[in-house]
Ligand binder design. Structure first.
Ligand code: SAH
Length: 274
C-alpha cells in the first residue's frame, strides 16, 4: 500500500446494468465520498444525480463503438492517474461488472505503473441483470449446467470450429455487444444444427424502464424478427433456458422506444476537463 497522503486513490466500481438500485452498497458508499467520478455511457444517470456526492467533479467518458463517439482509453487512463496524483478520491464507474468486457486491464496497468492505490468493487453484470428481469434462470436445473459469456461484435472473432461447438453445447450462451450481428449468430447456430429446443431471447435495455424482451425458437427467429432494430444496449441469450421467459416473465415490455442511456458526444482530454 502507498501511505503517501499526497496521493489519492482510485475505486474501480461496477454500477450494475441499468436499474440504479442494482449497485452494491459498497460502490454507493464510495460514490458518496468521491471527489472525482469518471463514468461510462451504460451507467444510470440517476446514480450520479441522486446518490453521488453533489460536490464531485463528474466526467463522462463513455464509449459507443458503433456511433464512433468515445474518449480514447489513453485519456481515461491519464485522467485516473492525474486526479489521483492530485490527492483526489476518484471513482471510476463502469456499467455492469468491471471485469466483463471492459477496459479494466488498461486502467489497472496505468494505476500500477503510476503506483496509485486502488480497489475494485464488483457489479451486477448485464447477463445477471437481464436474466433476472426477463425471468430466465441461466443454469436452470435440467436445462443447462454452464453459462458462456461471449462477444461477436465483429464477425472474425469466432471461427468455424468454435461455432460448431457452440451449436452442440448444452451451455447457455450469452452474447454481449452483438446486436448488430444477431442474424449472423442465428445463421451460424442453425447452420450448425443447434438443437431444435434452443431458444433465443433478445433483451433490450435490460433492467431499465425501457426493457423489451423478444424470444423465439432459434429456428423461427429469422422469420419473426430478421428486420428488427434494437436500441443499445442489447443482450442475447441462447439456450433451452431462454424458453423459460414465457413462463416466468414478471415485467411487461416497454413500448416507449426511448433510449434509457443517452448517446454521448465526442470528447477530448481538454473538453472532459472543462
Ligand atoms: N461490463 C458490462 C458489459 C460492457 S460491454 C457488464 O458487465 O454488463 C457492453 C454490452 O453489455 C452491451 O453491448 C450489451 O450487450 C451489454 N449490456 C450492458 N448493459 C445492458 C443492459 N442494460 N441491457 C442489455 N444489455 C446490456
Amino acid at each position: 500500500m502507498n501511505n503517501n497522503r499526497q496521493t489519492g486513490k482510485v475505486i474501480i466500481a461496477g454500477a450494475g446494468p441499468g436499474d440504479p438500485e442494482l449497485i452494491t452498497v459498497k460502490a454507493l458508499r464510495w460514490l458518496q465520498q468521491a471527489e472525482v467520478i469518471i463514468t461510462d455511457r451504460l451507467v444510470s444517470e440517476v446514480l450520479i444525480q441522486e446518490y453521488a456526492n453533489k460536490q464531485a467533479l463528474v466526467l463522462h467518458v463513455g464509449k459507443q463503438c458503433r456511433k464512433g463517439a468515445s474518449t480514447p482509453q489513453q485519456i481515461i487512463n491519464e485522467l485516473l492517474v492525474d486526479y489521483a496524483l492530485q490527492g483526489k478520491l476518484v471513482v471510476r464507474l463502469k456499467g455492469g461488472d468491471v471485469s466483463i468486457f471492459s477496459n479494466i486491464l488498461d486502467e489497472l496497468n496505468a494505476l500500477v505503473l503510476a503506483k496509485i492505490p486502488f480497489e475494485i468493487v464488483p457489479g451486477v453484470t448485464a447477463a445477471s441483470g437481464a436474466a433476472a428481469y426477463a425471468g430466465i434462470p441461466l443454469t436452470a436445473r435440467n436445462y443447462s449446467n454452464a453459462v458462456r459469456v461471449i462477444t461477436y461484435y465483429k464477425t472474425d472473432l469466432l471461427n468455424d470450429a468454435y461455432w460448431k461447438e457452440l451449436a452442440v453445447t448444452e451451455d447457455t450462451l450469452v452474447f454481449y455487444m452483438s446486436s448488430d450481428t444477431i442474424n449472423a449468430i442465428v445463421d451460424k447456430l442453425t447452420g450448425n444444427q443447434i438443437s431444435r429446443d434452443a431458444h433465443i431471447a433478445v433483451i433490450e435495455q435490460a433492467t431499465t424502464p425501457c426493457q423489451r424482451v423478444l424470444t423465439a425458437n432459434v429456428y423461427d427467429y429469422a422469420l419473426k424478427y430478421k428486420k428488427e432494430q434494437y436500441i443499445s444496449p442489447t443482450l442475447i441469450i441462447v439456450g433451452k433456458v431462454a424458453a423459460l421467459h414465457e413462463q416466468f416473465q414478471w415485467l411487461t415490455n416497454s413500448s416507449s422506444g426511448r433510449e434509457y442511456f443517452p448517446p454521448i458526444a465526442k470528447t477530448s482530454k481538454e473538453s472532459v476537463r472543462a
